[in-house]
Design a binder for this molecule. Sequence first.
Ligand code: ADP
Length: 188
Amino acid sequence: MQRFIVFEGIDASGKETQAKLLSSFFTKKGFEVLLTHEPIYEEPIGKVIKSNLEKKISLSSETVAMLYAADRYEHYLKIKKALEENKIVISDRYKYSNMAYQGANGVDPKWIEEIEKFSLDPDIVFYIRVKPESTMKRRKEKDLYEENLEFQKKVFDIYEELSKKYKFIAIDGEKSIEEIHRDIINYF
Ligand code: ADP
């Protein structure tokens, strides 16, 4: 059984919604689940990332990519522990977000792959595939850092490439929340 599950996609594609539904699905079946997300803005490295997103400080995209990789490595250690405790881990975003977002900011994707190679690969990545235009109506406060449609389009294009390269399971995110959930649980 696949126990390390990741959700990826552009802002407001429905990752958090589907991660929560999948977590409840497994909990009801009696599994222990670690439902988690990235970046972790409350943690020391995440705080620096947040300051940069809020434009309180101004860091280069390469530095930001390294900060995301560092934040993730700390996160990965928690994920590893949960997997060793036989939990199912569901993460809203993982290293592919660094490739998509910092890639859209002009950082060489190969270099990002290199600095991300220390974190374990997930068993399965659900890529919630939604056109950037469709998500603009759905945006919430947490997404406001990346509000620009042109930027979201660049991120979307990189996700399309990553999806092929890393064999993501692409899920049609334009459907209703319930339909998408049904499509996802078909894989278990
Ligand atoms: P993400 O974690 O990818 O940013 P969320 O799960 O937080 O996305 O969803 C963003 C917003 O869009 C929320 O208000 C959520 O209720 C809504 N939403 C999620 N999935 C769908 C869907 N399939 N159709 C319409 N709205 C959705």
